[in-house]
Design a protein around this ligand. Sequence first.
Ligand code: GTP
Ligand code: SPV
Ligand code: MN
Length: 620
Amino acid sequence: MTVNDIKHPGLVAWINEIKDYCTPDSVYVLDGSAEEYDRLMQKAVKAGIAIPLNPEKKPHSFLFRSDPSDVARVEKRTFIASEKQEDAGPTNNWVDPAELKKTLMGLYKGCMKGRTMYVIVFSMGPVGSEFSKIGVEITDSEYVSCNMDIMTRVGKAVIEELGTNGFFIHCLHSVGKPLAEGENDNGMWPCAPIEKKYIAHFPETREIWSFGSGYGGNALLGKKCLALRIATVMARDEGWLAEHMLILKLTNPEGKSRYVTAAFPSACGKTNLAMLIPTIPGWQVHTLSDDIAWLRYGKDGRLYAMSVEAGFFGVVPGTSMHSNPNAMIAAQKNTIYTNVALTEDKDVWWEGIGYDAPGKLIDWQGNEWVQDKTNKDQKPSSHPNSRFTAPANQCPCISDDWEDPHGVPVSAILFGGRRPSTIPLVHGARTWTHGTFLGSIVGSEITAAALDAGSGIRRDPMAMKPFIGYNAGDYFKHWLNVGKAAKDQSLLPRIFYVNWFRKTAEGKWLWPGYGDNSRVLKWIFEVCDGTAQTVDTPIGIMPTLDAIDRPEGVTEEDMKELLNVDIDGWLREVEDIRKNHYPIFGDKLPKELWAQLDSLEADLKAAKCDCGCGCGCCGK
Ligand code: GTP
Ligand code: SPV
Ligand code: MN
């Protein structure tokens, strides 16, 4: 399609403005057709940056290898440029918007030379849903265009929905690598050096300007930039929630279903939980989303979650027919692989795929790689943050209502992260406010999903630290307000904190995870039904020792450990929150959350007090 096919004067004007400024060789508007996807992909193949995979092994699929500087989100180069610094808050990098635009204008000038400028009109959420949002991404990358084609709804139907004056979120993207006359990428992933990468958000004007990276959340602007950072701001203004949450449907043996959402930090198990195959007989899980959910009240007073993406951008390493067969099947065809290894017969391979490397490979950096199982220090063939991009409707366990324009009513919200100790397998909040507190203290070991987040355990409130587009203290307040806005508190989802990542002193997993997590989901289902065996503890409600069926290999002793309330560990946790976490938010931290922390501490001390009075006065 061409610009002439667009009947929206505001959009046409913006396209022309960017074209004149970035000076691409040509402009192309995506119609979202299969033929178009192939044409764009062939262009990437010709430029040597896409490798067609063996059609017998992975039909209609391609491998890309990115630049080593461009393998994950870059949080240090991500900016929230709100008018006031205070509105970006303590968890974001802030730059004055006028200054940042000036810097970026310097970089964007002529940046698309030698390239095609693609106009991607896309919908986050089903086309036509009153809750969906339309974005327009202008990009000079075929990789981004093809990925957006899978991850969002793109093209004609969305352009029609936008009409002549519909609102859209402006998303400008360039890889930041203009080409000279006659030059093509010639096998080199195009991007700019790290100090020239900018993932910029202008919350007041709902704009996204991204420069210099072609990878994942930095470049597929519908995902973290729009559906989380900009959407959190819109959600605050409009009274809903934009969250880093999977959505799943859990069905019991009697055929009763409940919907569960779960927020875990990047690379902490959302895709795996969303596609889980229960190990308990008769139970089923179906997937609606593996990464992002938008939640709002329905007319019946319940909170509904809508799935906003159309595909999965999933972590590859560790994915196997054993750990996640649904993801393996989803990514079997029509899939884009990024930064995994290539086999001699043009299939893909990665660490944790479940079988040995079949012969000589080409690793994610394009070098020959031969598996050496005797060498524990061998560099992996695939980058730890290598990803597959696969259409959601290819997933065997996709839920039949995943495109419901109203979303689905949520029974339970889970928070979690990678915590080798202290945090038990599961505990539940007593109220929405207590649940908001649990979300606010989420912590996790750092993963490879961000390039520059350091190591150790970091607090990642609601798994949203890198994705809240405004002041995180105000975001907590907004969570509390959403709870207060409930017509009937008893209709609110129950909130839980789970931890599949407990380790023994020897560093082994204490809990097998994956399909066995269904045992915890079953208990949560029963809590929602009011039939679960529970005990009240200082940290919240918990299962009794035998309330959760034990998987093979988990002894009663292990279960005791998994469900133990480690009073001293929790008191250290409280101290860390009090000293290092909550003060970050200053006056913006809602008093209700400080009060939750105080009462948790008092309850822990009381549990420890053995002088008999139960108040903690003996100081133990
Ligand atoms: P993002 O796409 O970055 O948001 O990640 P995600 O939250 O969807 O994480 P994903 O499901 O891709 O899992 C990331 C890693 O955690 C993979 O290497 C998994 O193998 C591992 N993992 C997932 N679930 C479990 C579990 O229950 N137990 C253990 N031990 N590991 C798990
Ligand atoms: C994450 O990091 O949480 C992801 C991958 O889901 S990205 O789209 O790159 O943000
Ligand atoms: Mn994610």
